[in-house]
Design a protein around this ligand. Structure first.
Ligand SMILES: [Mg+2]
Length: 180
């Protein structure tokens, strides 16, 4: 059976936090910048839940207007060439599927499947690798002995996860432990 790698989108393949920050300060100028987002739900102190999720949906619906991280294309291509089936998995509504596919294509990002839902843990039982910035996802993956790694941010560091500064470093780590 083909090996599967599950790859997140926001804050894994592109700089979602900066765009989210720009939108959040329009609603509440006291929202701190992403360098100070030390917990996953930092926003709860500044904005109501409904408004927060509306902002996120609005960003996802114009996904195709943003750029990917510079090494995202190479990262996914190398994973693919190492024999992995790539499932791009994002916590977002189905309505954002077309702009998300357009964004993947525009940025020449290799993928086999696009999983959009509000529970990507359903993918953990079948994958070998997951790359994500969410501490909850990384924790659940580690409990299932899935190789869990991602980019390092204030909201996920110091939790014992294998985290890196960029996708090229993640690739080097995966190559060391898996590919050859
Ligand atoms: Mg993410």
């Amino acid at each position: 059976m083909q090996k599967i790698a599950v790859i997140d989108i926001d804050n894994t393949l592109w700089d979602f936090a900066s765009v989210l920050y720009e939108e959040l300060i329009k609603i509440n100028p006291n929202v701190p910048n992403p360098l100070h987002w030390h917990k996953w739900d930092f926003w709860m102190d500044y904005i109501d839940t409904k408004t927060f999720y509306e902002i996120i949906c609005k960003i996802h619906r114009r996904q195709d207007t943003f750029e990917a991280y510079p090494d995202a294309k190479f990262f996914l291509r190398e994973l693919k060439e190492s024999g992995y089936k790539i499932i791009i998995a994002s916590h977002r509504e189905e309505e954002s599927r077309i702009p998300t596919i357009n964004w993947l294509n525009k940025n020449k990002l290799s993928f086999d499947e696009l999983h959009l839902s509000f529970d990507k843990t359903v993918l953990l039982c079948s994958c070998e690798i997951i790359v994500d910035d969410s501490p909850q996802i990384l924790q659940k993956a580690a409990e299932r002995r899935v190789i869990a790694t991602g980019l390092e941010f204030p909201w996920n560091k110091s939790n014992g996860f294998k985290l890196f500064k960029n996708l090229s470093q993640i690739l080097a780590y995966l190559s060391q432990i898996r590919f050859r």
